[in-house]
Write a protein that binds this ligand. Structure first.
Ligand SMILES: Nc1ncnc2c1ncn2[C@@H]1O[C@H](COP(=O)(O)OP(=O)(O)OP(=O)(O)O)[C@@H](O)[C@H]1O
Length: 256
């Protein structure tokens, strides 16, 4: 079953067609990757899914309901979370506080009431703290839980950025180049966390990544964009043998 259905999506910026009549489905529980050359439209696609951009044409359905015209916070409250390519954390706040803020759309009493601790707000705060502590354990960032994010290494900040999205307990996690700028060891760690999130939390993941080794290893299905058009869709094996994709993006050396 498709947890996310994108139909005939077109997005224009003046004369630039960032997305051109793109349709595909992301199945529940899978790791789905969006690949393609620079400027192909991958981030624009994530922006349309998370609600930052409104497409000119077409529709997006999440769990069988239309979300095309919903605001980003509404989509977040339905279970769509995103880790940004350019880390979107509060650098002066601790890891724990950043993750708590990541849950704010789940909080009924609001961050302020939670902060001054009365009755219902206090109970809710404790519940949210527990969820966030689970994410901290899961991503093995206990040792930096009270550290201001801005003082951490880039690799750890990227992990906290994923943690911020994960603290929402999403059904659909959008990861925009979670390994960009990382060294080999950090990349391997991040790949392992993505596999664990997928396997242990059964979270559906949409991944944008330029490292083809990672994409081919992790993905159940891959969609390939080129100049805003969908030029390929399939399993890693199908994509590596797709002549159009080889010519536009992969090149002969990346194929099996
Ligand atoms: N806010 C914007 N205003 C104008 N043009 C934009 C905007 N966002 C994206 N574009 C254009 O849309 C096209 C697709 O860009 P997009 O960033 O989605 O590609 P991408 O595949 O994510 O690229 P990269 O791999 O470099 O991140 C590009 O031509 C880009 O210049």
């Amino acid at each position: 079953m498709g947890i996310l259905e994108v139909k005939n999506l077109t997005l224009r910026f003046g004369g630039v067609v960032a997305l051109d009549d793109v349709s595909y489905e992301v199945k529940e529980g899978e790791i789905f990757s969006l690949i393609g050359p620079n400027g192909a439209g991958k981030t624009s696609m994530l922006n349309c899914i998370s609600g930052l951009y409104r497409p000119n044409e077409g529709s997006i359905q999440f769990k069988d309901s239309p979300i095309t015209n919903l605001k980003p916070y509404k989509r977040a409250s339905l279970g769509i979370a995103r880790a940004f390519q350019n880390i979107e954390l509060f650098p002066h706040l601790s890891v724990l506080d950043n993750l708590m803020l990541g849950r704010h759309v789940r909080m009924k009493t609001g961050v302020l009431a939670g902060g001054v601790f009365f009755g219902k707000a206090q109970r809710e705060e404790i519940e949210h703290r527990e969820k966030v502590e689970q994410v901290i354990d899961f991503l093995e960032i206990e040792h930096i839980r009270n550290t201001p994010v801005g003082t951490l290494s880039y690799g750890l900040q990227k992990r906290v950025e994923v943690g911020r999205a994960l603290s929402l307990e999403p059904d659909l996690l959008l990861l925009d180049e979670p390994m960009a700028g990382m060294n080999t060891e950090e990349k391997e760690d991040m790949a392992r966390y993505i596999i664990d999130i997928h396997e242990e939390m059964q979270t559906t993941i949409v991944l944008i990544e330029h490292d083809m080794g990672v994409v081919m290893d992790l993905s159940d299905h891959i969609a390939v964009l080129d100049f805003g058009k969908l030029i390929g869709y399939g399993t890693p094996n199908e994509i590596q043998n797709n002549q159009k994709v080889i010519e536009a993006y992969l090149g002969e050396e990346n194929t099996v």
